[in-house]
Each structure stands twice: as C-alpha cells, then as structure tokens.
Design a protein around this ligand. Structure first.
Ligand code: F3S
Length: 756
C-alpha cells in the first residue's frame, strides 16, 4: 500500500555509520531505542552524549499517521504552511468517527451519512498534499500502520496516543499533538526530550491461557499508569523472540497506559514472518542486511542494569491470565478467585453483560483466530453464551481474511455483532444506551486498552475490565467476571459439566492474507489543481485564517481569568461532546477555559467582564473584549496546560484575543504550543507575584519591543483604583520562537520562508 521501500533502505544505509558514530561518542554499547534515536537526529550526527530525561533533541521522523478526529485541525493548520506536499510520508485513517450500533454495514452507512463532510474534507486535503487516505471502514489506524507501514528501526509520529503500537515491528513510534505533526509535515524538526530507558527482560514461553496482553497487563500492574512517563520501554530476551509481531504490537500499544513515550522490540524472525506475510518481503530483505543494528547490543541485554534506568524481568512460563480494572488499566488481578475476591469486596458486578473483542490493541488475525477457538467450543460443546458479544476487526484485510477462514462465522453463530473495522466502543462510539448518564451499574469485559469511566459507552456505572481476546471470549461464554477457564466448568445444554480447552490459533493466516478492497486511496501525483472546499455554513469545519501578529504594544490588556489550582488541557479545551467541533476553531472556542476555576470566586466558567462588571462565561467574556478591541491575558498556577498535547488549548485563547498566558510554571508541550500560535507564554520571575493579580487588573507590557532570548520582560499591573505594581516575567523563547511571535505564528513564518 505504497510503503516507501526507498525511504526504508535510506534509513538502513545511513544507520551503520550513524549508530557506529554514536557508539563511539557514548563510549559504550547501545540499546535498540538509542540506536533508533541516534539514527534519526535532525542534524544527522552529534558530538554530544544526550542526557536521558533532560536534553531536548531535534529528530527527523520517517513517517506520520493521523486519525480522523485529530487530522482535521492538523490538516487545517498544514494548509496554512504554504506547501505543495507533505515533507514526509503521511497517512490519514478514518476510524474514530464511526459508531457501533447495529452492525458493520448499517453503522458504516450511518457514519457516512453523518460525517461525510469531514471524510470528504480529509480525502480532498490528502489528495491535494500527497497524503495516503484510508477510507472509513478500512480499519483502525494502528493495525493498518502495522500491516502496511511500520518497519524495524524506523521512527514515526502519529496524532494518536496508541501510535506506539508500531513498536511491535521494532519502531520508535510516538503519539504527538497535531501541532507537532504539522511541523514535520511542513519539513521542520520534531523535538523530544531524550527519553529514559526501561528494559523488560522476557524469559520463557507463553502457554495455556497466557497471552501477550498479560505481559503488558502485568507490566501495568508493576509500573502503574505513570511509571513509564518520559521513558521508552524496550523488551528483550528469549521470551521476546517467542512472541508474534502482532503480540508485540499489543504489548507496545498499551505502553501508552503506563505513560511511556513508546515501547519497542528488536527485529527477529517473528517480525520477518509478519513482514513477508503482509507483502513486504523487500522490507524484510533490507532489514536482514542490518540485523545487528535493529536490536540492542548483546552486552546491553546481558547486563541491563548498566544500560537501562530501570529493569523488570518477566518469566513467560509462569505468567498467569490477567484481568485489569475497573476504571483504570493498571488495577491488575489474576483471572478467577483473585478477581472474585476484589469484586465482592468492592461491589463490582460479577455478571458480565458484554464481551468486546477488537480495538487497535487486539484485533489481529492471531487474536481473532485464538478467540474464535474458544468461541467455537461453545458451539461444539453445546454451551449457551451468557453475555452479548461484539467484534471490531482491526482492518479490512483482517476482516476479509477472517471471514474467508470462517472465524467471523463462528462468532456470528453465537449471536455476536460484527461491527465496522473501526474504533467503535473503544472510543465511546458505542450507541449502547439512549441515556447513558442514567444507565445501570454493570460489568463489561473487553480486549481494548483503556477502561476509564464512560470510555466505552458513556455510562459512568459501567465497570469495564481489560483482558486478552481469548479470555473475553471465555468470560462472555460463562457470563461471569470471576470465571477461571483453567479450572471452572460450565453446564452445557445437556446438563453436562464441561471444561473449555486452552485456546489455539494461528500467528498468521495459513492460507495467507487476502482482501478485496483494502480501502486505501493513494494521493494524486500532482494535487495542485484540487480545491479543498469547506462550506462557510459548516458546523464542524472551518478553514483557518492566519493569526495577525500581536506586536510589541500590549497596553491596557484586561485579565480574562486567573485560574486557580490545576488547569490541564482538559480544563482549557474540554473533550466529550466538543470533539465534534475539532475542525472548527470558532465553534470549539466556545469551550475555551470553561473548566478552569476562577481564583476570585472559585467557580468555573464565571468571570468578570471588566467592561460591564457582569459575570459571564469565559468564552463570551473573551469575545466581548475582542469585539471591543481589548486584548486579554490569562493567569495560571503551576504546571499550567498539563495533560494532552492538544493544540486547541493554545489556538482557542489565541483565536479569542488572549495575547499572553502568565503562570507560575508550564507543562512544556503546552508552553511550546502557545509559542507556535504566536502568543506569549510567560512565567512569574517571583511566583508570589501570582498573588498580586487582582480581578480588575489591566496589564501594560513595558519592554516588549526588546523581546530577546534570556531577557526578562517587565509588566506593569494597574489595579482598580489606579495603584500599580511592576513585576518581572521569565520566558524560554529562543530566537526562532521570537520570530514566530513576530510573524503571528510558526506557520506564518513557514509560509513566509516558503514564499521567499
Ligand atoms: Fe481507536 Fe481505541 Fe485504538 S480509539 S485508535 S481503537 S485506542
């Protein structure tokens, strides 16, 4: 599907020289993650040993993948860059906007009816700028990437947190915000803090009911949802070689659930088999020429404590089936009595209403074949299935092959609903209830990655448990959360006690993969004649206008809100129903800062309009200032903008006329996003000055015309009644970033440079 073998060979041919040079500089053997990172330095080579967890480094990723929800704003921004084509191979995948309700065909048609405007926009922008487009129903982004684009030793970024799934084929693949993806599409470097390294040594071999999912569910139990933060998790050891490529993908996928930057595995025979089975023999041949560079050095794996910041060892021989949850993917239990005890103590419903198989985590052919081997026993042994079953195949290639091989027929014979090859229930696109907020307490079990409250069906009372597809099938058959298939029996229709056999399956389809229409639309070689049309009446899409530079005169700016305490990107730009407006900056700006707590009345979305004295919602107040030609300022506490890398959290205040965000400290990605949008992201030189800010304050920047790297800015606060304070502000703008400010945004600068 148009994977770029020339690009891949280029990555491999430079790898030997770059990795050898890095080894000399670092002065010791390297892990795989380090090899990939050093081979993707923006500057090519370095004389510096990067300090893990500290140094910010510019990288040059090989690929970009975007899903339909995040691609909208990313592509709208890219259109501002004045480029004819994306600078690196990029694909767009339509998988998030498809609801699961009736079944694949009807649900897909419904999505086409309701979101065709968005799909058509993404298709035409893709066609125009050389981006590969995967149609609705083609599959889930990460499964499609694994099948078509991932390659050992590569580096990719994607506008989705589970981009990390591609580590299953030995990539360093990282989820980013749209603004980062736009930079790389436009030919700029991508910056990342050089990650720490966690090594997971796998010994032994899985057997019985234990699966790759249990590896990551166990790791999540050890490291918790924050334990991987800022680190790449590298799996190695004999046990790793015993896992299929898609199984490795499952493990890497859920690295996102421990907060890891990404996870990866060294190239091995399982990856080679997968590459060949997915029609990429030339990638396998190329990889075979540089095998030693596509895995960590022997010494690093022999003495991992000396090379990794943290080491975990897992014996696959003794690994037991896990079920994690509810409400958090790191709440690990063993299947059976362990979970039963916890469920009874905590009041988790033991009756299971639904079993769901699929998501980017577990929707490979191997997953479906092993789950089907369990499901088939219900038919063969005459057992009535107690829970409802839903299946989301990962791609059309998997679906077509699984249908051809009779796997889907097994599930259907049990009454399962086969949903579209899309995210569906995994992202809350599951029309399970008409009124989810008031739906009853219940338990479901799924093979997905996330199980936070409301994630699947919008019902805060749904207790969602995460496990392997095999165990989902077994538990759905039994209808009991505490069912232990290794020893619990079931009563069949003849009243006989039966035990389920261990799952069996195929790593790869014995008759090979097959597909009729994979759903891929290649871009035209020359898309310059394509006009991207967005209706001015559209609710969901709006072409962006370049931001006007704020300039060096900021006088009499009004305080919009002084945020109290935690103010994450969710407080600044809420998700939920607002996701619908992700491609429409003006409409989504109506959620701007509505979750932030006003320091003066401790209420959300109630701030004083200094022009009228009336309290009102933050967005309406900002709009009133903007309409009156008055600039506004946001003040915040520590770690302002933590959470996601969502660029909307910077674009919305910019759109509404906010010129500066002044805080005690920033979450770094949000700070960078503010800079990219051409506004001021500043910190109090003396954090106690936060207390000086009063509700009726106006702000005069006294020396913005001298804005320069490393030089503090002077701010005059004019309080009600006329008293004044002068405070100093720090910033981290370098010369290039000051140019972003001067031009109105990073994209304006790119466009200007492009035109000259
Ligand atoms: Fe989709 Fe769920 Fe993965 S939303 S991309 S299937 S995490």
């Amino acid at each position: 599907m148009a994977f770029d073998i020339k690009m891949i060979k280029g990555v491999y041919s430079r790898m030997i020289e770059r990795v050898d040079a890095a080894k000399t500089i670092v002065g010791k053997p390297l892990t795989l993650a380090e090899k990939i990172l050093y081979n993707h330095l923006w500057d090519g080579t370095t004389n510096k040993v990067f300090v893990r967890g500290k140094d910010y480094v510019d990288f040059a990723p090989d690929r970009i993948a975007c899903q339909d929800a995040t691609a909208q704003m990313a592509l709208l921004q890219f259109m501002q860059a004045g480029k004819n084509k994306v600078a690196v191979p990029t694909t767009v995948h339509c998988d998030h906007l498809i609801q699961a309700k009736i079944g694949a065909d009807a649900d897909l048609q419904n999505a086409l009816n309701t979101s065709s405007e968005v799909f058509n926009f993404l298709a035409s922008v893709s066609n125009k700028y050389g981006i590969g487009f995967w149609k609705p129903g083609a599959g889930i982004i990460h499964q499609v990437v694994l099948e078509n684009y991932a390659f050992p030793g590569g580096m990719m970024i994607g506008t989705d947190s589970h981009t990390v799934n591609a580590g299953g084929l030995g990539m360093v693949a990282i989820g980013v915000g749209g603004a980062d993806a736009v930079d790389v599409m436009a030919g700029m470097a991508w910056e990342l803090k050089f990650p720490k390294l966690i090594g997971v040594k796998l010994t032994g071999k899985l057997s019985g009911w234990a699966t790759p999912k249990d590896v990551i569910l166990k790791v999540a139990g050890i490291l918790t949802v924050k334990g991987g933060t800022g680190a790449i998790v590298e799996y190695f050891g004999e046990g790793a070689k015993n896992l299929s490529a898609t199984g490795k993908g499952t493990i890497c996928n859920m690295g996102a659930e421990i907060g890891a930057t990404t996870s990866t595995f060294g190239y091995d025979a399982a990856m080679e088999r997968y590459l060949r089975a997915t029609d990429r023999a030339d990638v396998a041949d190329a990889a075979n020429n540089v095998v030693a560079y596509l895995t960590g050095d022997d010494e690093a794996y022999a003495n991992p404590e000396q090379y990794f910041d943290q080491v975990i060892e897992i014996d696959l021989n003794t690994l037991k089936p896990h079920i994690n949850g509810p409400f958090s993917p790191d709440l690990a239990s063993f299947a059976g009595t362990d979970l039963k005890g916890k469920a009874e103590a905590n009041g988790w419903p033991l009756k299971v209403e639904w079993g769901l198989i699929g998501s980017c985590t577990n929707s490979s052919y191997e997953d479906l074949s092993r789950a089907a081997s369990v499901a088939k026993q219900a038919l063969d042994k005459g057992i009535e299935v107690k829970s409802e079953l839903g299946i989301n195949p990962g791609s059309e290639q998997v679906r077509y092959t699984a249908e051809r091989d009779g796997l889907l027929g097994i599930f259907e014979a049990l009454g399962a609903k086969i949903f579209t090859n899309a995210c569906g229930p995994c992202i809350g696109q599951w029309a399970r209830y008409s009124d989810p907020k008031n739906a009853p307490k219940n338990s479901i079990i799924h093979s997905f990655n996330r199980n936070f409250a409301k994630r699947a069906d919008g019902n805060p009372n749904t207790h969602a448990f995460v496990t392997s597809p095999e165990l989902v099938a077994a538990i759905a058959i039994s209808g009991r959360l505490d069912f232990d298939p290794t020893k619990d029996t079931l009563i069949n229709k003849n009243g006989e006690e039966v035990l389920l056999d261990e799952p069996t399956g195929f790593e790869l389809p014995p008759k090979g993969f097959d597909v009729d229409d994979p759903g891929f639309v290649p871009a035209m070689a020359d898309g310059s004649g394509i006009e991207v049309v967005v209706s001015p009446d559209s609710e969901r899409l709006q072409l962006l206008m370049p931001f006007t530079p704020i300039g060096s005169e900021i006088k009499e700016a009004k305080l919009l809100i002084k945020a109290f305490g935690k103010c994450t990107t969710d407080h600044i730009s809420m998700a939920g129903p607002w996701l619908r407006f992700r491609g429409h900056l003006d409409n989504i700006s109506n959620n701007c800062l509505i979750g932030a707590v006003n320091a003066f009345n401790k209420r959300t979305d109630a701030v004083k309009n200094q022009l009228t004295g009336v309290y009102g919602p933050v967005p309406a107040t900002a709009r009133a200032y903007k309409a009156a030609g008055v600039k506004s300022v946001v003040v915040g506490d520590h770690n302002y903008g933590e959470g996601s890398s969502r660029e909307h959290a910077a674009m919305e205040p910019r759109h509404l006329g906010v010129v500066a965000v002044i805080v005690k400290s920033f979450a770094r990605i949000h700070e960078t996003n503010l800079k990219k949008q051409g506004m001021l992201g500043l910190t109090f030189a003396n954090e106690n000055d936060y207390d000086l800010i009063q509700e009726d304050d106006a702000f005069n920047f006294l020396d913005l015309n001298e804005f320069a790297p490393g030089k503090q800015l002077k701010l005059e606060l004019i309080h009600a009644g006329g008293s004044k304070d002068i405070i100093m502000l720090n910033h981290t703008y370098n010369k290039g970033q000051i140019n972003w400010y001067k031009e109105g945004s990073a994209l304006n600068l790119i466009k200007k440079e492009n035109a000259s």
